[in-house]
Design a protein around this ligand. Sequence first.
Ligand code: ADP
Ligand code: MG
Length: 579
Amino acid sequence: MKKKVLIGFEIGTGEKVFLTPDHLLVTGVTQYSGKTTCLESLIQRLGVKAVAFRTKLGEKSFIQGTIIPPFFKDKSDWQFIQSLLEATLGEKLKGWDRSKIIQLSKGTNSLLGFKKKVDERLNEKLNNFERDILTNLQAYLEIVLPKLQSINFSNELELVDGLNIIDLERFSRDVEVQSLIIRSVIEEVFYKYKDTIVILPEAPKFLPQKRGNPCKLVVEQFIREGATDNKLLWIDSQDLASTDKTPLKQISTWCLGYQSEINEVKHTISQIPLPPSKKPKPNDIMTLKLGEMYVCTRDFVKKVYVMPFWLDENKAKKIALGKLKVSELDAPETITPFKVAMKQPEKVTEKPSIDFSETTKRFNKELNEMRTDFFNKLQEVQEQFTKVYSDIFEIKNQPKEEINEDTIIAKVLQKIPVTQVTQEVKPSVTNKEEIIKEVLARVPSGGMKVYQVAPLEKLKKDFLEEAKKKILADISTLSDNAKKTLKYLETRGVGCSVNELAMKCFLYPSGAGGYSKIVNESIAELKVILVGYKHSNGKSHGKLKDRIKELIQVHGAKDEEIEQVYNHILMELLGGKND
Ligand SMILES: Nc1ncnc2c1ncn2[C@@H]1O[C@H](COP(=O)(O)OP(=O)(O)O)[C@@H](O)[C@H]1O
Ligand SMILES: [Mg+2]
């Protein structure tokens, strides 16, 4: 790192003012003092690595640099946990609490792991004191962890040359999350880098006086030990109200820009580690113009016009000497790095010149509004996602249950709004009848007819069914000869002599002896089950249909049903071994 860096020109004398790079602080009312421009210009002229954070929504920030992803290293060592706890409790931990934290943080290597231990511990019997502390810690982790899980962090902090910018605007409402990330970056720079400047914004927020903050310890260590390796902390803060004094005491270079509030001015001045006679007076600070600062170091206190990186030395000096006004410069605006130009002096040309400055201002105003709107939307989306992540977190952190991936995925899917699948499933059959048929075809019915009936109907049908079964059962007891006889008689439909049955049914040769016995026995069998009989005239008749009628007609069987059963039995006979 260079030994000296030009900050600007002394007001009145126009002499160059140099700084020896050290820990530095710049204050002043935002937009009216030029803090960010001052820091950015110093960094450019030093040509060093630096890292800055954007923490405020829509605030003008550094205009040249490289945006890098946020870096966060998950940890659970007790010092870290202690700083978290102090941040939430707003007070320093006592020895006894600390030993509890040390115990709990043993064997865990992430905040999530630590949270699990806290949860478990809270299920045990505890005294009120410990319960209070752990409940606090639990609540804090429940807020912070899901948010941290929603950020795409890089595992490595890789700083490029020049200014690195970490954008934390979308967490502008989450001091906790911003603090954890800033803390993580500062610590990493401390362990990994040399010749690097960390720019900490909003001192009262990240280095609060009465409360804890995860940044505090790390910042103290960074300031105490960093300078030997040219690791410097530069604070960019509108005010120092209720900022922790410990780190401020270690800062040797103070750049005080315009401030309007007398008490804040007095307060700021009182913090400068210089003898009172050397310090500027409140009125000095309250009359500063944009770009003017009181630069207080161990070696000097000077009122300086800070030279922006986009301005040449010649003009800067002129301003310090009062020969040129800042308002006459067309300063670059935040988003578009304009080429810096002097406004056309009015007298030089008669031609009407177009004044772009108004347009530029309007354009920038609109752009800023759009930006704010965009970030608000982003925040909303962020919050929605945070809900999903909260769920994931809950699942991950359920105490005993084994979690499988499917459960998590299902949970997440439930939370994600899905666009409706509107395509209808068209059935391949179009009318009702067909659908019913289709359905019936698939119902296993065992070949039985399906009746749809009322109770009384049902009883009738049962009797009918039973009668049918009875006939079928009877038929099945017949010998093959009897079945054959029945078939013949039914086919003939008229009375048949024993002789005819012998010759035409049993195909015995004409005049063969002993056949009548078989025929008569068969007819006797039919008679037993009432499906055939021998008339007194010697002719035999089949009376299967009559028997069916007899049995099932009382139960209200219709003719067609009788016919059905009849055919069924005939089929049964046909299926017999006797064919
Ligand atoms: N030294 C300077 N000379 C001229 N214009 C300046 C100077 N410092 C800041 N400005 C302009 O003033 C505005 C606010 O500056 P900025 O550095 O963002 O202030 P802060 O960080 O204190 O809010 C910007 O438009 C910037 O270009
Ligand atoms: Mg600023």
